[in-house]
Design a protein around this ligand. Structure first.
Ligand SMILES: Cc1cc2nc3c(=O)[nH]c(=O)nc-3n(C[C@H](O)[C@H](O)[C@H](O)COP(=O)(O)OP(=O)(O)OC[C@H]3O[C@@H](n4cnc5c(N)ncnc54)[C@H](O)[C@@H]3O)c2cc1C
Ligand code: FES
Length: 322
């Protein structure tokens, strides 16, 4: 398991929507303001968001019971619509201190009812947020190069990691994979084309601001390298452009992608950390809904680890992929 610094307190916070902007088809950047008392955060951590405003337009449900008249016809969405009861987990894509407030960035893809409600949040509304949760990506004094490999909704934590690595003075490269150009939740620099051959460049503004060159891949060839992002990375490594000594590969995204990245990296002698994602209910180690199999020194040779509290970040050598 990856051991990051002991975590300071976590808590439930009221977060005000500062802005909510569409980035591409299906992805939104939600900027949430919390007080500066929000605990310290690290790249790789996540928050559990209640996907409905606590100050929604519908207001409290009031009905005066009388002896006569028809039965009440409740119209409030709280009663007539099915609810999103459980909080939903989202990685931190960034954190900024602005005007005496702390701003947390979440980039989310609309895949169901909860994320659709997040997409509909308006500036000034308030959501309840639990966090920060989970451990974090780590590096040490021997780390000479960090390689950040994100696929789809695994890209947001890579943005925060790029910032933290920059602050730590660690050079980094980014690999960003999506199925098609219209699902890339990042902004491109029109003056710097994404290389079709998979050469890293300062083509993605969000990484370029931290001096990080990026390779983009799309499955359908609509932007950058055509094919899997893991293949783009291994093409580059196998040309001898990156050496294993002093390099750590960090990855987050669909499990099939992370597995390909992790297995390929370990086979080539690279250190690799994976940020696992599972369906989560509590996010705090209570419900046991988020297990993954990890290696263990016991007669079975494996155990179940909780992604929410033992992870989400694991040393790739620990994971038993299923
Ligand atoms: C630690 C962690 C960090 C995450 N970070 C991000 C992020 O930064 N951006 C982002 O867009 N998404 C992220 N996700 C995924 C996000 O939590 C889910 O997409 C969200 O919970 C879906 O809620 P929903 O109500 O919209 O969809 P639901 O109606 O609950 O489900 C819609 C579909 O999405 C699938 N689904 C739901 N949760 C997950 C999950 N955890 N993993 C895989 N499939 C799921 C369901 O099986 C279903 O097919 C993260 C998940 C975890 C565990
Ligand atoms: S989400 Fe409940 S134990 Fe991990």
């Amino acid at each position: 398991m990856v051991k990051s610094e002991p975590q300071p307190s976590r808590g439930v916070f009221a977060a005000r929507v500062r802005s909510n902007r569409r980035l591409c088809d299906e992805h939104y950047l939600l900027r949430l303001e919390v007080g500066t008392d929000f605990p310290l955060t690290q790249a790789g951590q996540f928050v559990q968001v209640q996907c409905a405003p606590v100050n929604g337009a519908e207001g409290p449900i009031v009905h005066e019971w009388g002896e006569k008249g028809p039965p009440p016809q409740f119209q409030s969405p709280e009663l007539v619509e099915s609810q999103v009861l459980l909080r939903r987990p989202f990685s931190l894509a960034g954190r900024e201190e602005i005007g005496g407030r702390t701003v947390l960035d979440i980039i989310h893809r609309v895949v169901g009812r909860g994320s659709a409600r997040l997409a509909a949040l308006a500036e000034g509304q308030t959501v309840s947020l639990l966090g920060p949760l989970g451990n974090a990506f780590t590096w040490d004094a021997d780390t000479k190069l960090a390689v950040l490999v994100g696929g789809g909704v695994g890209l947001p934590p890579m943005l925060y990691l790029a910032e933290r690595l920059h602050q730590a003075g660690k050079p980094a490269l980014a690999y960003a994979g999506v199925t098609s150009a219209n699902l890339l939740p990042l902004s491109l620099d029109a003056a710097v084309p994404a290389s079709k051959a998979g050469w890293p460049s300062l083509c993605v503004r969000e990484f370029a601001r931290w001096g990080v060159q990026t390779t983009i891949s799309t499955d359908d060839g609509s932007l950058g390298y055509t094919g899997r992002i893991s293949q783009a990375l291994f093409d580059w490594i196998d040309q001898g452009r990156i050496v294993a000594a002093g390099t750590i590969v960090y990855t987050c995204g669909p499990e099939r992608m992370m597995r390909a990245v992790a297995e390929g990296c370990l086979a080539r002698g690279f250190a690799c950390q994976v940020a696992m994602e599972r369906k989560m209910a509590c996010g705090m180690g209570a419900c046991q809904s988020c297990v993954c199999k990890t290696r263990a020194q016991n007669p079975l040779g494996w155990q179940y680890s909780l992604v929410c509290t033992d992870g989400t970040v694991f040393d790739a050598r620990q994971i038993l992929w299923e």
